[in-house]
Design a protein around this ligand. Structure first.
Ligand code: AMP
Length: 191
């Protein structure tokens, strides 16, 4: 069973790369952001609680997102593996994930694939996406908050996996296909 996580700031291209990787390796693409947006669209109790938090660019509680991930893994046991996109986003989430995965597979997470992109390029991409997709959390203030949350709470996740020698960084300033090829090279080595 392959467990990979895609990591990086908002606008790094995680979603785009996740779709390509999941297709190539037949992994279940598990995006916590997508799951939450679906909950909002369904007006579920969780969706109603999540909407404001997401709109402000803040993070949901670690326990809530961990429960979503666990549920998605448990209900897709037939999958060849999982590609986590946008999770873990805090050290607490990483610790909970490690504990959960080690209970079923010795190795735990195979690797955290960290896509690094310059701040200027990120801002440019985020504003373009706001124009194209009109996501509720693509306002200027929400974008600023999401970067702040990333730097304060998410960046330490890369160190968490660096200590386990499981953090692999790629330069995300390049074309989609080039970034994808680099990610594939890494996955070939760690799977
Ligand atoms: P994303 O599509 O991954 O950028 O996620 C959109 C929003 O969903 C984030 O800004 C958070 O509010 C929320 N979210 C997604 N994944 C997580 C997570 N792992 N932990 C906490 N909040 C999350």
């Amino acid at each position: 069973m392959l467990y990979l996580a895609l990591f990086g700031p908002p606008g790094a291209g995680k979603g785009t790369q996740a779709k390509k990787i999941a297709e190539k390796y037949q992994l279940l693409h598990l995006s916590t952001g997508d799951i939450l947006r679906q909950e909002i669209a369904n007006s579920s109790p969780l969706g109603l609680r999540a909407a404001g938090i997401i709109q402000r660019g803040e993070l949901l509680s670690d326990e809530v997102v961990m429960a979503l991930v666990e549920n998605a893994i448990e209900t897709n046991k037939e999958a060849a593996g999982f590609l986590l996109d946008g999770f873990p986003r805090t050290v607490k989430q990483a610790e909970m994930l490690d504990t959960y995965l080690r209970a079923s597979s010795e190795r735990g997470l195979n690797g955290l694939l960290s896509i690094e992109v310059d701040k200027g390029e990120l801002t440019r991409r985020m504003l373009k996406r706001a124009e194209l997709e009109g996501r509720a959390d693509d306002t200027e203030e929400a974008i600023r908050n999401r970067f702040a949350e990333y730097e304060r709470k998410s960046l330490p996740v890369a160190d968490h996996y660096r200590k386990q020698e499981k953090c692999f960084t790629v330069n995300g300033n390049r074309e989609v296909e080039e970034v994808f090829r680099t990610l594939v090279d890494i996955i070939e080595k760690i799977r």
